[in-house]
Design a protein around this ligand. Structure first.
Ligand code: ZN
Length: 578
């Protein structure tokens, strides 16, 4: 490829609206352009990278017996209604009607479609296991698309689905996928770790996320260096120091607390209580089994709720904080004066869910459901009962590791680059996908689903591998292996030597970009650094002596190499592992 003919619209300056590094550099290096919020076009340089990533995905899926499909992006609503997700999924789904008025949607994932094929075609355990996958455009109407390719509304995904006759089969399929994913991310040159995660709206019993540590990430990873425990913050647990409660009152006692609105206020109020001795009471509205229910959430005063944990514990589709008017209607007080004592008597529909850290606590203080009043001497289970105990608390850095005796937890940001789920029989049961097992009995197929976003891999590679001058591509997904820069195109001997080297490198099986533009050498070097090709060969002054300069983009070291030896040299470098 000749730069003079190749469309690489590089930009000198950082685009004003780009925040994260990958967004800036992918735009500046001419790989992508925005079409609309969260919708991007791959330009030729970007498409070369995407194709490299997809080839790695394809090879590793095929290596574990994957069979490639290509399913439509446009789906009839019926299948999503069968699985229950037409109602369970909210505004993230793009929905539309066809000309006859029938409901349709744009696929955000393909469990329903693959299951509909499986239920018509798979009849016997003898046909299992099946490993099906595709690479396809998916759609998700993100509320706040941002960070360039990181959170977008139209994206390429490799999604795989496994079909087994029983749980043991699923366990094996899950491990196969997990191992394939490790190879994929390693081959793509990414640093990553595997964490426990919430399954969210996918359902299922177990899920792992593949997380790439990066300050640009939107997820938080909790990890113990001592034992290797790792979990998404939305799933992470920790070990707390035990609290010894002094014996309290024989019965709870209400007392006036004028002006006290927060946990903090009550810690300094005369006769108040320190935060760990308070019960924090929050009211949420949860959509559970299609119905909206008021939920009273209880935590220790010094603990923070994690909303995804609440959603998971309630098996709710969505949860939201109740508005102050709703809260007053339910409990007769403002948000700063709420508590569990007597709450159900006031509001029988209220569902009370308490965090595990409140178990067996006594002599606690909480709101009285009456403005400017609190209650002290509260004993859990004596003075109120929870409908559900669950882990709701957000883990904090420095807390004890749940996996070992001595470790403490650290928390850092990460980018989710892959997510694998044990779905079990959620889809096969709701959609009627069964096979006959070895005993001739009809059983639902046991499924797993496994997803990787292509754009996420690309932006993560840039986030993890760049410097002040631009991108530094991992060798496996670079758009070109090497760039040949002719310092002065008007000089015939240089141009001819550059052209010859360009052809010889291509004949040696390398992907080469020839910078044959009529530009100053400095401009060309800057552009080459920006687009991040791992090696640059400079055809300049020393060419008359049969020598070129070989520049390593990552180390920024140059060495003089004889033209006669440079091809073998670059071949060796380009083909060595990242
Ligand atoms: Zn540990």
């Amino acid at each position: 490829m000749r730069w003079s003919r190749f469309f690489i619209p590089t930009l000198r300056e950082d685009p004003a609206d780009a925040e994260v590094v990958s967004h800036k550099l992918l735009l500046r290096a001419g790989l992508i352009r925005q079409l609309s919020a969260g919708i991007y076009s791959f330009l030729p340089l970007g498409q070369r990278v995407a194709l490299k990533v997809m080839q790695i995905l394809r090879e590793e899926m095929n290596a574990i017996g994957g069979q490639e499909f290509f399913l439509p992006a446009l789906h009839p609503a019926e299948l999503w209604k069968e699985s229950g997700r037409w109602d369970a999924i909210g505004d993230e789904m793009f929905r539309l009607k066809d000309r006859k008025g029938a409901d349709m949607c744009l696929g955000m994932t393909h469990e329903e479609i693959f299951t509909s094929i499986a239920r018509h075609e798979l009849r016997s355990y003898k046909q299992l296991p099946q490993v099906w996958y595709q690479m396809q455009t998916k759609f998700r109407d993100e509320a706040r698309p941002k960070s360039g390719l990181m959170r977008i509304r139209s994206f390429i995904m490799k999604d795989a689905y496994t079909f087994d006759v029983d749980r043991a089969g699923l366990d094996k399929s899950f491990i196969d996928q997990r191992e394939a994913y490790k190879k994929i991310f390693t081959r793509c040159g990414l640093k990553f770790l595997i964490v426990e995660a919430s399954s969210g709206s996918m359902g299922g019993s177990e899920s792992n996320e593949f997380m790439a540590p990066s300050p640009a990430g939107e997820d938080f990873i909790v990890r113990c260096e001592n034992c290797g425990y790792a979990a998404n913050l939305e799933k992470a647990i920790s070990r707390l120091a035990p609290i010894h409660d002094e014996a309290g009152l024989n019965a709870p006692e209400e007392f006036p607390t004028p002006g006290v609105r927060t946990i903090e206020d009550l810690t300094t109020f005369p006769g108040g209580a320190e935060a760990s001795r308070q019960i924090k009471s929050l009211v949420f509205m949860g959509t559970i089994d299609g119905e909206q229910r008021p939920v009273l959430v209880l935590l220790r005063g010094d603990h923070q709720l994690h909303e995804q944990k609440l959603t998971d514990a309630l098996r709710a589709t969505t949860v939201r904080t109740a508005h102050p008017e709703e809260i007053r209607g339910l409990l007769g007080a403002s948000p700063g004066s709420l508590g569990p004592v007597g709450a159900r008597e006031k509001q029988p529909a209220l569902f009370i869910v308490a965090d595990n850290a409140l178990k067996n606590r006594r002599n606690m203080t909480t709101g009285a459901n009456r403005d400017d009043h609190h209650i002290r001497g509260v004993e859990v289970d004596r003075d109120f009962k929870a409908d559900l105990w669950a882990d709701l608390r957000t883990v904090e850095p420095g807390e004890g590791c749940p996996g070992c005796e001595t470790g403490t937890l650290e928390i850092f940001k990460g980018i989710e680059i892959g997510h694998i789920f044990k779905l079990g029989t959620k889809y096969s049961e709701s959609m009627g996908a069964t096979v006959l097992n070895q005993e001739g009995k009809e059983v639902p197929i046991v499924m797993g689903s496994y997803g990787i976003g292509v754009e996420r891999i690309i932006s993560t590679a840039v986030e993890q591998s760049h410097d002040a001058d631009g991108i530094i591509w991992p060798k496996s997904i670079t758009p070109f292996d090497v760039i040949v820069t002719i310092t002065n195109i008007k000089q015939d001997d240089l141009r001819e030597a550059g052209e010859k080297l360009y052809h010889d490198l291509q004949n040696a099986g390398l992907e080469v970009l020839l910078d044959d533009r009529d530009e100053r050498a400095g401009v060309k070097f800057k552009d080459a650094d920006l687009i991040g090709v791992p090696y640059r060969i400079t055809m300049g002054k020393k060419a008359a002596d049969g020598v070129v300069e070989l520049f390593d983009r990552r180390t920024k070291q140059s060495e003089d190499v004889k033209i006669s030896e440079v091809i073998a040299h670059v071949q060796r470098l380009a083909l060595s592992s990242t």
